[in-house]
Design a protein around this ligand. Structure first.
Ligand SMILES: NC(=O)c1ccc[n+]([C@@H]2O[C@H](COP(=O)([O-])OP(=O)(O)OC[C@H]3O[C@@H](n4cnc5c(N)ncnc54)[C@H](OP(=O)(O)O)[C@@H]3O)[C@@H](O)[C@H]2O)c1
Length: 251
């Protein structure tokens, strides 16, 4: 299968660790040039980029919750490589877990509204800034990272689910908006994935409960998710657009 990614420019938000790092690695292995973004951990980002090869990768600062940072990040990528062919919107701005026992009504409106602004609206804005590059080349791929929670629901995840559901609807319509110019837009929705963060922060019992609900008997690895993103974000994807692909072991 030809991924047709040689020298294509891929922007992976949150590409320093977890799923984003696996995605950056997968695209680089196909000969793409990868700009991976970080918010705080510049050192980790520079290390990740160096690991992919200084000719092929660059680390760029981008913060979902700092609207001006999108333009600055894109300027850097365009200066070096001319424009973006593939956007993988992977980063998620977390605002902390809701304390156990707290109801949704107890969450301050400003807090959940900021979560929507800093994730859904910021991702729409980044898409808007990147699309002209793709339209200009009459080729582009956009992949949003969502979550299988959209389909299943989970107490305490109302705002997260609202953000991710919003991306599903946005992608479905953007596929129509840009499809005739060669831009394919899709969503990958992972189930619980064994990133370092998940292994360190989620209680073993919760991970085991999720694993037990999969048809395959195992949680996804970051590489499983990256493989789906790579396919949808590559030239191997010829005509799939507006779709949601779950990578959750059949959960
Ligand atoms: N892991 C899972 O089980 C799972 C399941 C379903 C869906 N997902 C989705 O998959 C995506 C990746 O998740 P992950 O678990 O791999 O993430 P992760 O390991 O927590 O990595 C997060 C990445 O996003 C960056 N980031 C964090 N806050 C940011 C902000 N405000 N602005 C810009 N970048 C920011 C981080 O950069 P710095 O380190 O520099 O701050 C880091 O590179 C997310 O959209 C998540 O919702 C994950």
């Amino acid at each position: 299968m030809d991924s047709a990614l040689n020298d294509r420019v891929v922007l992976v938000t949150g590409g320093t660790r977890g799923i984003g790092a696996a995605v950056a690695e997968a695209f680089a292995a196909e000969g793409a040039r990868v700009a991976l973004t970080y918010r705080n951990d510049e050192e980790a980002a520079e290390r990740a980029a160096a690991g992919l090869g200084s000719e092929r990768a660059m680390a760029v600062r981008y913060a979902l919750d700092e609207p001006d940072s999108a333009r600055a990040a894109l300027d850097e990528v365009r200066q070096r490589w001319g424009g973006v062919d593939v956007l993988v919107a992977n980063a998620y701005h977390r605002t902390g877990r809701r304390p156990a026992g707290q109801s949704f009504e107890q969450v301050a409106a400003a807090e959940w509204q900021a979560t929507i602004t800093d994730n859904l609206i910021a991702t729409m804005a980044l898409t808007q800034a990147v699309l002209p590059d793709m339209r200009g080349r009459r080729w582009g791929r956009v992949v949003y990272l969502s979550s299988h929670i959209v389909g299943h629901g989970r107490r305490g995840q109302e705002t997260y689910a609202a953000v991710k559901s919003g991306l599903h609807g946005f992608a479905r319509s953007l596929a129509w908006e840009a499809g005739k110019e060669g831009v394919l837009v899709n969503v990958v929705a992972p189930g619980l994935t064994r990133t370092e963060g998940v292994r360190q922060q989620l209680p073993a019992a919760l991970r085991e409960g999720e694993r037990a609900r999969t048809a395959t008997g195992r949680l996804s690895e970051p590489g499983d998710v990256a493989a789906a993103v790579l396919f949808l974000g590559s030239g191997a994807n010829g005509n799939i657009s507006g779709q949601v692909l779950e990578v959750s072991g059949g959960r």
